[in-house]
Design a protein around this ligand. Structure first.
Ligand code: MV4
Length: 502
C-alpha cells in the first residue's frame, strides 16, 4: 500500500493532490525548480526537494532526477498531476520498472490514445463513433485528394501525434489541400518528430463535451457524466460546466457508455477523460482521450460527489471501485472559471508579477483551487493560471448567479487577471441561454472585450476614470490598512456595467 506520494508537478494541482493525500494519511513529497522555491506546494508538502533550474525541461520534465528524488525520500508512488510528465508513456513505464507506483494509466493506454490514428482505429473497433475520415496516415497525396472529395469539404488535416490543436489544418477549398497536408506534416515533424497526418471531416461550430471515466485494475469501468467545455479560446478552456445545457438524458447515457467502452478498449486504469465534438443536432464523435486528471475535474467532483484524486490513489493501490454506475447521479450544477494572470483586454498577454493583494471568495457553494498568496511572484516560466474558481448551485441559474457573486468578491492586485472578463462571460445572454458552442468567445468578442469605442458610455467613463485616478492618488499618499484599498475601485467596476479603459 502507498504510504508516501511524490507529486511531480507544481502550482494549484500539486496542492490539490496533496490535500487528498493528507486526508488519506499519506506523506507527501514536493519537488520544485529554482522559480518555485516559495511556491505554495513546497510549503504544503511534508518534504520538498529542489530538482533543477526554472525551465521545465531541466526540472519538472527531468525523469531521472524525479525518480532519484522518489528513491532518496522513500516515496513509493508518484502522482504526475496534469501537463508535464502526466501523459508520458516512458515515465509511466520507468516508474513501474523502478518499483514506484505511477498514479495513472499504463504505457499501453497512454501510447494508444496519444497516437490519434491508433486511437481512431481502436475506437472504431470498440464501436465508439469517430469523426468520418481516414484510419491510416496519408502516404499518397493524389489518393488523399480523392478521399477528401469523397468525404466532402471542409476537412481537417490532423497530425497523428498532435492534440490540443497542434499540427491541425482546416481546408475549405480543393486548391488548398496539398499545401495543408504539407504544412501540417512539416509542423508535426518539427514538433513531435512524427510527420504522420490523417483526414477528418470538419465539424462546423462544434460543442466540446467530455466524459470523466474511472477504471480499476479488476475490469470495472464507469463514467461520472460530462463536462461542457465549449467556452474556450485558441484551444485554451476558459469556463467549464456540468451538466451540459445541451445534452438530453438519452444522449448522455449513450455517450457515457461509449466513454466507458473507450476506456475498456485500452485496458484503462485510473481517471481519464473522453473528448467528443458535437453538432447542434446532437451528433457526436470521439475526438481524443486524455489519459490524466484534468484541470476542470472539480466540477465533476462537486456534482457527482466523488474525490477523483482519492479514486486515483485507491485504483493505483489495486483496490476495486466501491460504487457502480447506477450509484452515480448528477446533483445540481457546477461551473468552473479559470483565473489567469493575463490581460484579456490586451490579447490575453501574460501578466507575471508579484501578487500585491488577494482576497478569495468564500461562502456557500464556493471552492477555489489555487496556490498564490500575497507577496508571491508568479513565475513566467509556466502556465499563468493563478487559480480555479468552482461554484455549485441547485440549478444552472443559481450556479451562474453564485459565480457572479464569487467573481465580485475575488480581488487580486499586482497582476492583471481574467476576472473581469469572466464576469462578462457570466453576464452574457448567449452564455446564460446555454446555447453556446466553441465559437462563443470569438463570435461575441465585441461584448466580451473592452474596446476604445465606448459610444454612449463615454461620459460615465470619464467620471469614473477621474474617480479612480483620484483614488489612486489618495492611496499613494496614505496606504490604508489590510490592503483593502481597492474596495471602492472594485465596487465602481462591479456596479457600473460599462466599458471602461484607464
Ligand atoms: C475538430 C473540430 C472540428 N472537426 N475536428 C481542436 C483541438 C483538438 N483537440 C481538436 N480540435 C477540433 N477538432 C473536426 N473533425 C474542431 C476542433 C476544435 C475544438 C475542439 C474542441 C474544443 C475546442 C475547439 C475549438 C476549435 C476547434
Amino acid at each position: 500500500m502507498i504510504q508516501k506520494v511524490l507529486v511531480a508537478n507544481r502550482g494549484e494541482i500539486a496542492v490539490r493532490v496533496m490535500r487528498t493525500c493528507r486526508e488519506m494519511g499519506l506523506r507527501t513529497v514536493a519537488v520544485y525548480s529554482d522559480a518555485d522555491r516559495k511556491s505554495m506546494h513546497v510549503r504544503y508538502a511534508d518534504e520538498a526537494v529542489h530538482i533543477g533550474p526554472a525551465p521545465s525541461r531541466e526540472s519538472y520534465l527531468n525523469i531521472d532526477r524525479i525518480i532519484e528524488v522518489a528513491k532518496s525520500t522513500g516515496a513509493d508512488a508518484i502522482h504526475p498531476g496534469y501537463g508535464f510528465l502526466s501523459e508520458n508513456a516512458g515515465f509511466s513505464e520507468r516508474c513501474e520498472k523502478e518499483g514506484i507506483v505511477f498514479i495513472g494509466p499504463g504505457a499501453h493506454a497512454i501510447n494508444t490514445m496519444g497516437d490519434k490514428i491508433s486511437a481512431r482505429k481502436t475506437m472504431e473497433k470498440a464501436g465508439v463513433p469517430i469523426v468520418p475520415g481516414t484510419l491510416d496516415p496519408i502516404d499518397d497525396e493524389q489518393k488523399a485528394i480523392k478521399k477528401i472529395k469523397e468525404i466532402g469539404l471542409p476537412v481537417m488535416i490532423k497530425a497523428s501525434a498532435g492534440g490540443g490543436g497542434k499540427g491541425m489544418r482546416l481546408v475549405h477549398e480543393e486548391g488548398n489541400i496539398l499545401s495543408a497536408i504539407r504544412s501540417a506534416r512539416s509542423e508535426a515533424s518539427e514538433a513531435f518528430g512524427d510527420g504522420s497526418v490523417y483526414i477528418e471531416k470538419y465539424i462546423t461550430s462544434p460543442h466540446h463535451i467530455e466524459f470523466q471515466v474511472l477504471a480499476d485494475n479488476h475490469g470495472n469501468a464507469l463514467h461520472l457524466f460530462e463536462r461542457e467545455c465549449s467556452v474556450q479560446r485558441r484551444h485554451q478552456k476558459v469556463v467549464e460546466e456540468t451538466p451540459s445545457p445541451l445534452l438530453t438524458q438519452e444522449v448522455r447515457e449513450e455517450m457515457g457508455e461509449h466513454a466507458v467502452n473507450a476506456a475498456k478498449a485500452v485496458n484503462y486504469s485510473g481517471a481519464g477523460t473522453v473528448e467528443f465534438v458535437m453538432d447542434d443536432d446532437l451528433n457526436y464523435y470521439f475526438l481524443e482521450m486524455n489519459t490524466r486528471l484534468q484541470v476542470e475535474h472539480p466540477i465533476t467532483e462537486r456534482v457527482v460527489g466523488v474525490d477523483l484524486v482519492k479514486e486515483q490513489i485507491n485504483i493505483a493501490n489495486n483496490k476495486k471501485l466501491t460504487f457502480n454506475q447506477k450509484d452515480l447521479i448528477q446533483h445540481g450544477h457546477a461551473i468552473e472559471c479559470r483565473i489567469y494572470a493575463e490581460d484579456p483586454d490586451n490579447n490575453f498577454m501574460p501578466s507575471p508579477g508579484v501578487i500585491k493583494h488577494i482576497t478569495e471568495p468564500l461562502g456557500l457553494g464556493v471552492r477555489t483551487d489555487g496556490y498564490v498568496y500575497e507577496g508571491f511572484e508568479i513565475p513566467m516560466h509556466y502556465d499563468p493560471m493563478i487559480s480555479k474558481l468552482i461554484v455549485w448551485g441547485a440549478n444552472r441559474e443559481d450556479a451562474i448567479n453564485r459565480m457572479q457573486r464569487a467573481l465580485y468578491e475575488y480581488k487580486i492586485t499586482g497582476v492583471k487577471t481574467s476576472i473581469r472578463f469572466l464576469e462578462r462571460v457570466m453576464q452574457h445572454k448567449v452564455f446564460q441561454s446555454g446555447r453556446y458552442n466553441t465559437t462563443f468567445i470569438e463570435k461575441y468578442s465585441d461584448d466580451l472585450f473592452e474596446n476604445e469605442d465606448c459610444s454612449g458610455d463615454c461620459e460615465d467613463m470619464a467620471v469614473i476614470a477621474a474617480f479612480l485616478d483620484y483614488q489612486a492618488k489618495l492611496q499613494k499618499a496614505k496606504p490604508p490598512k489590510h490592503g483593502g484599498q481597492m474596495t471602492n475601485n472594485w465596487k465602481a467596476y462591479g456596479r457600473r456595467r460599462i466599458k471602461i479603459r484607464i
